[in-house]
Design a protein around this ligand. Structure first.
Ligand code: 13P
Length: 223
């Protein structure tokens, strides 16, 4: 099991990767990790997530009260805490504005086409949550239903959210989402994505089930 310091270092490393890959600009994005029944680590508000140090990471409880840390926690902490409430199986959450995924969120297009086997197996359908003013109580309300069945969600006119078993798992889902969004956009420019036929999807659903991955394609009865 990783120590609290190691978990803070993991958050710092994921912030650095998000910034390096251009998934966030300026002070965008936030990251959190569940460390106990009522304890979470989260990034501070208003700093570049590419240049954090472990001392900057804040500890909060499920009510959002600061347990340790010098500065204010993320302005989107309520969104993270709501997602943890809906998903007891999830231990880490990442929010960023990866440009191509966010372009789909701005255009009002969910990432729900079934054309890449890896994405079908690991992420499933990526729905679009209704627009909500950032940092307000509207945001947790907008994502609450969707995170029950999805590990990756687009936030309309805002960005993206991914959930995982640990902070790297949540971050990799963000990478997978952005890669998939890039491929989708490129395919649209050369004739459009050709989705896999339903019998091929059914085979991938079996792979998903063997891997213990749930949710995301309710129409295939695997939610
Ligand atoms: P924080 O710096 O407060 O986490 O906000 C960044 C952000 O992306 C808000 O949506």
């Amino acid at each position: 099991m990783r120590s609290e310091l190691e978990l803070k270092q993991d958050i710092v490393e994921v912030g650095r990767r998000m910034w390096l890959r251009g998934y966030v600009a300026a002070n965008d994005g936030n990251i959190s990790v569940r460390i106990g029944t009522d304890e979470f680590l989260c990034t501070p508000t208003g700093v570049s997530k590419g240049f954090m140090t472990p001392e900057m990471i804040i500890k909060v409880n499920s009510g959002g009260e600061v347990l340790s840390g010098e500065v204010q926690p993320s302005s989107e902490l309520k969104m993270h805490l709501r997602a943890y409430r809906e998903r007891p199986d999830v231990n880490a959450i990442v929010h960023a504005h990866p440009p191509v995924s966010t372009a789909f969120a701005v255009a009002g297009i969910p990432l729900n086409k079934k054309f890449l086997p890896e994405v079908i197996v690991t992420l499933g359908e990526i729905p679009l949550a209704d627009y909500a003013t950032p940092s307000t109580d509207e945001v947790p309300e907008a994502i609450a239903e969707l995170v029950k069945d999805h590990d990756a969600v687009l936030l309309a006119n805002h960005g993206a959210l991914t959930l995982g078993s640990d902070v790297f798992n949540a971050y990799y889902k963000l990478e997978t989402m952005e890669h998939y969004a890039n491929i989708s956009l490129a395919a649209k420019q050369i004739g459009g994505e050709r989705e896999l036929p339903s019998e091929r999807i059914a085979q991938l659903m079996e792979v998903r089930e063997k891997m213990g991955i749930k949710g995301a394609y309710p129409e295939f009865g695997k939610d």
